[in-house]
Design a protein around this ligand. Structure first.
Ligand code: B1H
Length: 831
């Protein structure tokens, strides 16, 4: 027996092949038992499920190790341009299944575990997903790094190793209660800490002028305090191609110097507190999706991971003698929204203050090293930092930002002489309500390219959010429509559908999703339709078994599964869905519609509310109240059911999406930048009911009007209504059905007669309704009636569902990555 697998150090890589454990059941068992005995230190007979899970994870890791070392060496030694993806969030989802998929070890591992007397499903269930993101933005980053690895594009994903990810949601009496997500508590077999590669990050203090030996006036930053960044490396395996890229997540630690001073003063307690202060930086993910809070700790997080990452790339990834004038040929830093934008002044600081470049040359280099993705249209989502805070935390960066702004505005004034209003509009510095830095402007000015995440949003970004900038530099702006990885969201999540597709058109689709087109003719094949429908039914039953165990929910086996899962936000209009449900229920209990005329539906909600978002939490309470009432009402039993399983996350999404019949994408037009859940549903054979918003527009264009239920105002219509003056009460007064629906909610019917418990949501709808729920209500109901009609014809429905799958190949994140390469990164996959 070998003691361990033969692993190369990277300098030995060229010397010969690397030997991972044998890809056989016997080889796997041997490696697994070795990990269990010598890694985990337990005998199989004494091992817990957690021991077994950890040993299994480490075993699978071994198979990826050689590819990882090799990919890393290629990245360092080659001269190719690398993608540095800078993102404050990576919503990875569970790792075990993905690693088994990438290595093609699922069957071997399952059999190996079986022979050891272990049910691999129990080990899979043991993994707590790393929830290091809020929603779409963080999941997008995870899909992108998956695609880059699968396409052999060298990439380092840089981010933060939050000790606590997105909170775990529980319900108490129908109200959301947040529980810390201690995802690291039972061990974290997927990360590789490298404390010896620590990076120091400075904060605070002041700046000083000095004169260098060439007589040039220079600036130096004299920081007030600092922390250490410890990198934790994660493998990002490509799909069966040997490439394993790296995700480098930074964890904050107190520096020696930091506490020594205080230790010397003899104040031990203060010293320990100081330590805690430093380590707070990577303690927890901010749980606000779409609405950043201008909190000091958040700015610390942003600068912390960006400073670590730039330093890591320049000092550790590039060769020692690298000529930094060539930097744009070696790296493109993609800014995932404005959260990492402080990287732009940071690179300027490195080049000018530390490396001694002239400003102009440094600026020319810097602007070619960055590209910026904007993920929003909501004004409140555009990050601004008060000058006071930024100057206190990062005094040198503030000076640099002022300098960038001054030179930029000079350019603008030259291009538009006499147009002082324009210069003021375009200033990075806003004056009201307080003097602050507009990060989206800084990002736009400091980047080679700016992109939106779906066609409509990119257009609105140019026309409404950054009109002056797109007029000034039109060529800078482009679109890259989002995508999702078919590995996780079809192959892993929907094995039954994957097998059916592969049996029908071969397996190439997994890495070439346009091949799904070849399924189109089978939509007219009754035999194929029957198999497709059977897959959907089996997925529903799998979901119901899970929800029964996980949430104690007992759901009818044969009803349309109508699903709305995403973060809770008023613009996403969970209340519109709620009004639909209540209207159906009201129809029955008021005797307007006979129960046997109702198409049986089970509604599934999944949504976390930001802990400080009061109205969102009231909406959650109302959904739970409606669910409890309807589920308990004998008059609609088995026909209308509402399920709201707590803690919607990637793991649950992987079970819900493959089971869905109807995908609800009902945001107010012009508010949802893209959506990516919408793509996952279409690819898993759900039909969409949706507004003309975000990527829904492109989904509808591709799948065809007959296979998509469109409703609601368009973005220009929304604008026009705003301009006229929107009054929700008019809709309430004039629509009898709407009135009865709202009245039933307001009456306390769902809240044990307590009208106060629904009042905030109801009053908001009837008096403010900022996202025009009432204006779109009738159109939504009409579209739902078309859904019912289509569902009554199962053959027609299944045909549409198949066409949704066949025509959604465009939404692979592999395609998104090709678009980024062609339009932004100007690079191509390595051979
Ligand atoms: C999206 C965010 C976001 N857009 C601030 N913006 C955050 C903003 O922690 N914060 O402060 C966190 C997240 N997230 C989403 O990005 C869009 O709403 C979706 O429409 C889009 O599909 C997704 C990916 O592009």
């Amino acid at each position: 027996h070998r003691v361990g697998p033969t692993l190369p150090v990277s300098s030995e890589l060229a010397a010969g092949p690397v030997e991972p454990p044998a890809s056989t059941v016997e080889g796997f068992i041997e490696a697994f038992l070795r990990e269990l005995n010598y890694g985990q230190g337990v005998l199989l007979s004494r091992s817990t499920i957690n021991d077994q899970y950890l040993a299994l994870a480490r075993t699978v890791r071994e198979y990826l190790m050689a590819g990882w070392l090799e990919t890393g060496a290629l990245r360092r030694e080659g001269d190719r341009k690398i993608v540095g993806y800078l993102s404050a969030e990576y919503l990875l989802g569970r790792q075990l299944g993905n690693a088994l998929l990438a290595t093609n070890l699922q069957d071997i591992a399952e059999e190996a575990m079986r022979r050891c007397g272990i049910d691999i499903a129990a080990l899979r269930a043991q993994e707590i997903e790393p929830g290091l993101g809020n929603g779409g933005l963080g999941r997008l980053a995870a899909c992108f790094v998956d695609s880059l690895a699968t396409m052999d594009v060298p990439c380092i994903g840089y981010g933060i190793r939050y000790e606590y990810g997105i909170f775990r949601q529980t319900f108490e009496n129908g109200r959301q209660v947040e529980v810390p997500d201690s995802w690291l508590a039972l061990g974290s077999p997927w990360e590789f800490p490298h404390p010896e590669r620590q990076v120091r990050v400075d904060f605070g203090g002041h700046t000083e002028k000095w004169t260098d030996d060439q007589g040039r006036e220079r600036t130096r930053w004299v920081p007030g305090w600092n922390v250490l960044g410890i990198p934790y490396h994660h493998m990002v395996p490509g799909f069966r191609n040997g490439t394993v890229n790296t995700l480098r997540l930074w964890s904050a630690k107190a520096t020696q110097a930091f506490d020594l001073q205080i230790f010397n003063s003899g104040d031990y307690a203060t010293a320990v507190r100081a330590q805690t202060f430093a380590e707070n930086i990577s303690k927890v993910l901010y749980p606000e999706d779409s609405t950043p809070q201008g909190k000091e700790l958040r700015l610390q997080q942003q600068y912390f991971f960006v400073a670590c990452s730039l330093h890591d790339f320049i000092a550790n990834t590039l060769p020692k003698d690298f000529d930094l004038r060539q930097l744009p040929e070696r790296i493109i830093f993609q800014l995932n929204d404005t959260h990492p934008v402080i990287a732009i002044p940071e690179l300027m600081r490195i080049l000018v203050d530390i490396k001694g470049f002239d400003w102009d040359e440094a600026w020319d280099i810097t602007r070619r090293c960055f590209a910026y993705t904007c993920h929003t249209l909501l004004p409140e989502a555009l990050e601004v930092w008060s000058v006071e805070l930024l100057g206190r935390l990062l005094p040198r960066h503030l000076e640099i930002i002022y300098q960038i702004n001054e030179l930029f505005l000079e350019e603008v004034r030259q291009a538009f002489p006499g147009d002082e209003m324009r210069a003021r509009r375009m200033s990075i510095i806003a004056e009201h309500p307080e003097r602050s830095v507009r990060m989206a402007y800084l990002a736009t000015i400091g980047s080679a390219k700016v992109n939106g995440v779906a066609e409509l949003q990119s257009q609105l970004l140019r026309d409404k959010v950054l009109p002056d900038f797109s007029e000034y530099e039109p060529a800078k702006f482009t679109n890259v429509t989002n995508g999702v990885t078919p590995r996780r969201f079809i192959y892993l999540a929907n094995r039954r559908l994957s097998n059916l597709i592969t049996d029908t058109i071969g397996s190439e689709w997994v890495t070439d999703l346009d091949r799904l087109r070849e399924l189109e003719p089978y939509a007219d094949d009754a035999g194929f339709r029957a198999e497709f429908a059977a897959v959907k039914q089996a997925n529903k039953e799998r979901l119901f078994r899970l929800l029964s165990v996980r949430d104690g929910l007992e759901l009818p086996q044969h009803a349309m599964l109508d699903v709305l899962v995403k973060r809770l936000h008023e613009y996403k209009r969970q209340t519109l869905k709620l009004l639909h449900i209540v209207s159906l229920y009201e129809d029955v209990i008021s005797g307007t519609v006979a129960i046997d005329q109702v198409v049986p539906r089970t509604f599934i909600f999944g949504a976390k509310a930001a802990p400080g978002y009061h109205l969102a939490k009231e909406i959650i309470f109302l959904i739970n109240s409606v669910a409890a009432t309807i589920n308990a009402d004998e008059r609609v039993k088995g026909v209308l059911s509402v399920a709201f399983p707590a803690n919607y996350n990637v793991t649950l999404a992987e079970k819900i999406i493959p089971a869905a019949d109807l995908s609800e994408q009902i945001s107010l037009a012009g508010k949802e930048a893209s959506g990516t859940g919408n793509m996952k549903f279409a690819l898993n054979g759900a039909l969409t009911i949706g507004t003309d918003d975000g990527a829904n527009v492109e989904i509808r264009q591709l799948v065809g009007d007959d296979n998509f239920f469109l409703f609601g105002m368009t973005e220009p219509e929304v604008e026009a209504l705003h301009a006229r003056g929107y009054n929700p009460a008019e809709y309430y007064e004039s629509n009898d059905k709407l009135q009865r629906t709202i009245n039933l909610i307001a009456s306390g019917h769902f809240t044990d007669g307590d009208r106060a418990l629904s009042a905030q949501v109801v009053d908001n709808l009837v008096t403010q309704d900022p996202f025009m729920v009432l204006a779109d209500f009738q159109s939504y109901l009409d579209a739902q009636a078309r859904v019912d009609a289509a569902y009554r014809d199962p053959e027609r429905w299944t045909r549409s569902a198949i066409l949704n799958v066949a025509r959604s190949g465009f939404f692979s994140s592999d395609r998104s990555m090709r678009d980024y390469l062609d339009r932004i990164w100007l690079s191509s996959p390595v051979e």
